[in-house]
Design a protein around this ligand. Structure first.
Ligand code: URA
Length: 190
């Protein structure tokens, strides 16, 4: 049996080996990182420029805000796992195309299967659409509301980048984050 650390490293190797996933020949893979035993996974859309440079998820401006929100509920990045649907920076930060999502989503699904988090938080509509494709409601309708489906809990949240320069959305995101501890208690209580 592989340990979780080994299994996650194997996913990262497969991401790095995926030539078809790259938009440019020498791009850095950004597979995701964090605690293999995390109870919470945060799923964003795709790496941006800073993430492409460093190979780490959410290390730019949106990542700073994510760190701040984690800290606001007593969590550090090392307590959780942070990943994206798409593992390479799309050209000009454009939205990922459906066939790109189909190609790369198995990596995220494998990471989730290894970690077995209690809660999966969507950061923005792309994560929601990729992981709950049958959900017809939008992130504006669902943000901050716990969804329990087939034994898994999900929490849709606005994307921190969208909230960065929008004061109202920023506060909404902080308020939604503040609900996470109580949701975790509820999930653990069953
Ligand atoms: N935005 C994302 O969706 N993911 C990142 O890793 C960084 C910014």
């Amino acid at each position: 049996m592989m340990t979780k650390v080994e299994a996650l490293a194997e996913v990262a190797r497969r991401v790095a080996a995926c030539k078809r996933c790259r938009y440019e020949p020498n791009q850095n893979p950004v597979p995701g990182e964090g605690n293999p035993d995390a109870e919470i996974i945060f799923v964003g859309e795709a790496p941006g420029a800073k993430e492409n440079e460093t190979g780490k998820p959410f290390v730019g401006a949106a990542g700073q805000f994510l760190n701040e929100m984690l800290n606001s509920i007593g969590l550090e990045r090392l307590d959780v796992f942070i990943a994206n649907v798409i593992k390479y920076q799309p050209p000009g930060n454009r939205d990922p195309l459906p066939d790109e999502i189909a190609l790369q989503l198995p990596f995220l699904n494998k990471q989730i299967a290894i970690i077995k988090p209690k809660l999966i938080c969507f950061l923005g509509r792309h994560a929601l659409a990729a992981l709950l494709p049958d959900e017809k409601r939008t992130i504006s309708q669902l943000h901050g509301q716990l969804i329990e489906l087939k034994g898994q809990a999900f929490l849709p949240l606005y994307h921190p980048a969208a909230a960065l320069y929008n004061g109202g959305m920023r506060q909404t995101l902080l308020d939604d984050f503040a609900k996470i501890p109580a949701y975790m208690d509820k999930i653990s209580a069953g």
